[in-house]
Design a protein around this ligand. Structure first.
Ligand code: XUL
Ligand code: CO
Length: 437
């Protein structure tokens, strides 16, 4: 097949001084940081849906993207051709992974059997290309939200037939993900939520969702799929209230239904901010509970209240993310997955390269800055000192479980007043953070 991007050769690391926009200034795949290469830390992945199926359409107008390799048809041949283009892009970027929904890579047929046949035909090409290039599948997932049958949800629908369809679709997607050596399997709760509680039995819907996840875990075991299951939180859009609204809600759900041993979280920046959190908050919250699985790397827009899925270029953001990921020991077998789309106005094929190169470089730079912050240890020292009253005496009794309300009362009655507080020094610390940027 002729190249889709003949004018672009492999993107190389040229160092911070280069003026070449299609070169890495910071992402030097083999450079070792904290004992691992950048490639191993970052595990970059290209998403199939935005990058190869995004048309640039919005509620006010049709698609704008120029994609010369795509004939615009829903044929299996076109899908197979597109699959090969995905690998050309990943190879030229040096991205070691990709991720897909079943319905992005292969057209949906008139029946489930026909859809499965289409999926197999494209999976055959994906496998060939994986073997040719060494590029791997970070995760697979089933699209349980686009087809109108899923308008009321999939695993949380009120329609048992729709529930059965969704289960069958996930069954097939697990089989294909296993066949392609997928390292994770993601559930993003597309329409798993509600628009209105007047027509919704929330308890029953959540019970059904938990049953669904238990069935997925059981089937994975049966077929020998050993990838990590991930849930991707998002608070709203398309429904008004998504059940998997943020990290804390997901972890509570998983714990309540005995699913915690089988799942971690796939955290996405734009979803975190829609939930009223920072990405760093979500990462830290998941990390402290051993549930930090993978990230969908993107960013929202401060002035827009929806999921704009922009490519991340903000160094503060990528530093905070990589700092927190390093803190919790990394994200493998997860990765940094660019769930991001070029703007409608960035319609030329080369914009796909500018977007990914910029995102990869921003993360590489964030990783280097985060490692420098950790090497100096100034923040760690400050925070450790801040909590030092819990290292000995009455504080240590609290942490060890030795103290109770009576002993704490006796202690403070004898003392008369608590020791004075120390300043939080927020401004000093924010200034210190800037020193590394
Ligand atoms: C939607 C979203 C999805 C998931 C995969 O906001 O992020 O693309 O990442 O279903
Ligand atoms: Co996502």
């Amino acid at each position: 097949m002729a190249q889709a991007f003949p004018e672009i050769s492999k993107i190389e690391y040229e160092g911070p001084q280069t003026k070449n926009p299609l070169a890495f200034r910071w992402y030097n795949a083999d450079e070792v940081i904290e004992g691992k290469t950048m490639r191993e830390h970052l595990r970059f992945a290209v998403v199939y849906w935005h990058t190869f199926r995004g048309t640039g359409s919005d509620p006010f107008g049709p698609g704008t993207m120029i994609r010369p390799w795509d004939d615009g048809s829903d044929s299996v041949e076109n899908a197979q051709k597109r699959a090969r283009v995905c690998f050309e892009l990943c190879e030229k970027l040096g991205a070691p992974f990709y991720a897909f929904h079943d319905r992005d890579v292969a057209p949906e047929g008139k029946t489930l059997a026909e859809s499965n046949k289409n999926f197999d035909a494209v999976a055959k090409v994906l496998k060939e290309e994986q073997q040719r290039t060494g590029i791997k599948l970070l995760w697979g997932t089933a699209n349980l939200f686009s087809n109108p049958r899923y308008m009321l949800g999939a695993a949380t629908t009120c329609n048992a037939d729709v529930y059965a369809f969704a289960a069958a679709q996930v069954k097939k997607c697990l089989e294909v993900t296993k066949e392609l050596g997928g390292e994770n399997y993601v559930f993003w709760g597309g329409r798993e939520g509600y628009q209105n509680l007047l027509n919704t039995d929330m308890k029953r819907e959540l019970d059904h969702l938990a049953r669904f996840f238990h069935m997925a875990v059981a089937y994975a075991k049966e077929i020998g799929f050993t990838g990590q299951f991930l849930i991707e939180p998002k608070p709203k859009e398309p429904t008004k209230h998504q059940y998997d609204s943020d990290a804390a809600a997901c972890l509570n759900f998983l714990r309540a239904y005995d699913l915690l041993p089988y799942f971690k979280l796939n955290l996405e920046t734009n979803h975190a901010t829609l939930a009223g959190h920072t990405m760093q908050h979500e990462l830290d919250y998941a990390g402290m509970q051993g549930a930090l699985g993978s990230i969908d790397a993107n960013t929202g827009d401060l002035l827009l209240g929806w999921d704009t899925d922009q490519f991340p270029t903000n160094i503060y953001l990528t530093t905070e993310i990589m700092w927190t990921i390093l803190k919790w020991g990394g994200i493998s077998p997860g990765g940094v997955n660019f769930d991001a789309k070029v703007r409608r106005e960035s319609f030329e094929p080369i914009d796909l390269f500018h977007a990914h190169v910029g995102g990869m470089d921003a993360f590489a730079r964030g990783l280097k800055i985060a490692a420098a912050i950790r090497a100096d240890g100034e923040f760690d020292k400050f925070v450790k000192q801040r909590y030092s009253s819990f290292d000995s005496g009455i504080g240590a009794d609290v942490e060890s479980g030795k103290a109770d309300f009576k002993s704490l009362e006796a202690y403070i009655l004898a003392k008369g007043e608590a020791a004075p507080n120390a300043s939080g020094r927020q401004e000093m610390l924010e200034h210190l953070f800037n020193r590394y940027i």
